[in-house]
Design a protein around this ligand. Structure first.
Ligand SMILES: NC(=O)c1ccc[n+]([C@@H]2O[C@H](COP(=O)([O-])OP(=O)(O)OC[C@H]3O[C@@H](n4cnc5c(N)ncnc54)[C@H](O)[C@@H]3O)[C@@H](O)[C@H]2O)c1
Length: 382
């Protein structure tokens, strides 16, 4: 199958590499010739590194690069069996692109979007044949991150879902299937990792370094929430939070934080601007955390039960299966354990009791336990 990729930026370039490494001929189309050149050069550098490390031979690297056609013309998508769109996150622009491409490709061609936040149903509605449309959401960097969220819209046919899943599984990716709802699995379930950490800071319980220390040293997370937000960029992370909040009809569980908004407004975006929650200037030392274990456990447990509650609620609403939610969080964002596995180790009754304490203390809806968590505990004791 020839694979088409629309958009040669960060994600599109990564997806092209994955498809070409898996033996497909690939057509990459971008409006901007400079981007196409950059994408080509970037892949050449990656291949040189892989040769150096002995991961591919120079013949294999040549073959991979030889399978890719770089083009500014969507007409080159005509022979494709799958086109994956990875252009700017703008619904109108995406819909226009889908409608145009549908007029060129065969009736069997699957048309997919790599969107992080837009509705697949809405993108699919731009097509005469919306049952061929599906979400295929890679994570950045696509060649390295194992997870791919496969998102059928209400219009998507079973055949489109089956063919897509089989193909991406064949690319040695870990696929999870999830409902077409805001944030899909990862961006929904991970919200409290940032949101509760910011709230703990705002209450004056601990500073950034101490919260990060609690999550990494005591919790086993690869990065603390503030280090991670600085890495993602506070501007980007804040926008995602605001989008998810609005998309959930302003459910208080997803309420954005003023601390993050002010950091974004101040230009404290994180590593890319030299300053975020931390100051990355060479001469500035990183702040030391308060290594008080009791405080650290309190912070970790509070964030953890909020994450677990979110996972239970996603399962309650059939966003994905329990196994897929655990896979998504371990393979998409490197959590040390799946949240269900972790909750079962701690005891769902302990998780519920902690959430009920928080709910009683604050009287805020953000701490409401998921009905499925209550039901699980109820079934345990009866
Ligand atoms: N960056 C991430 O971490 C990430 C992760 C998962 C999903 N996504 C999603 O992937 C998509 C692309 O994100 P990105 O970070 O690669 O963006 P990017 O800005 O790096 O690349 C977008 C590319 O699309 C091109 N483009 C824009 N309009 C076009 C059009 N009409 N036709 C052809 N090319 C066009 C631009 O020239 C640019 O090269 C977005 O929907 C984003 O939400 C991003």
């Amino acid at each position: 199958m020839i694979i088409g990729v629309l958009g040669g930026g960060t994600m599109g370039s990564g997806i092209v590499q994955v498809a070409a490494q898996n033996g497909h001929n690939v057509v990459l189309v971008d409006l901007n010739p400079t981007i196409l050149n950059k994408s080509k050069e970037k892949l050449a550098k990656i291949m040189a590194r892989l040769i150096e490390k002995g991961k591919v031979t120079s013949e294999e690297a040549d073959a991979i690069q030889g399978r890719i056609t770089y083009s500014q013309d969507v007409h080159d998508f005509v022979p494709c069996g799958l086109v994956i769109e990875a252009i700017i996150e703008d619904l109108k622009i995406k819909k226009d692109a889908f409608a145009k491409i549908e007029g060129l490709v065969s009736r069997e061609c699957i048309m997919a979007s790599n969107t992080s936040s837009l509705s697949i149903a809405s993108i699919a509605s731009s097509l005469d044949c919306p049952e061929r449309c599906i979400g295929i959401r890679f994570f950045n960097p696509a060649p390295l991150m194992p997870l791919v969220e496969i998102v059928p819209a209400v219009q998507t046919s079973q055949q489109t879902l089956n063919t897509t899943k089989e193909l991406i599984d064949g690319w040695k990716k870990v696929t999870v299937v999830c409902k077409d709802t805001p944030g899909f699995i990862v961006n929904r379930v991970a919200r409290p990792f940032y949101g509760e950490a910011l709230r703990i800071y705002e209450e004056g319980v601990a500073d950034f370094a101490t919260i990060d220390w609690a999550m990494t040293e005591l919790g086993g997370f690869r990065m603390g929430p503030f280090t991670l937000m600085d890495y993602i960029g506070n501007d980007v992370n804040y926008t995602v939070t605001e989008t998810v909040f609005a998309a959930f009809y302003y459910d208080p569980r997803y309420k954005p934080s003023f601390t993050q908004k002010r950091h974004a407004e101040a230009g404290y975006w994180g590593r890319k601007s030299g300053r975020g929650y931390y100051n990355y200037a060479e001469e500035v030392a990183m702040p030391e955390p308060n290594r008080d274990e009791e405080l650290g456990r309190k912070i970790l447990n509070r964030i953890l039960v909020m994450l677990m509650n979110e996972a239970y609620d996603a399962l309650f609403l059939n966003i994905a299966s329990k196994e897929d939610i655990d896979l998504a969080m371990t393979k998409g964002v490197n959590y040390p354990k799946g949240l269900f596995q972790w909750a079962e180790e701690i005891g769902p009754d302990v998780v519920l009791a902690k959430l009920e304490d928080l709910f009683r203390e604050y009287g805020e809806d953000r701490y409401r336990p998921s009905p499925l968590l209550r039901r699980t505990v109820h079934e345990m004791v009866s």
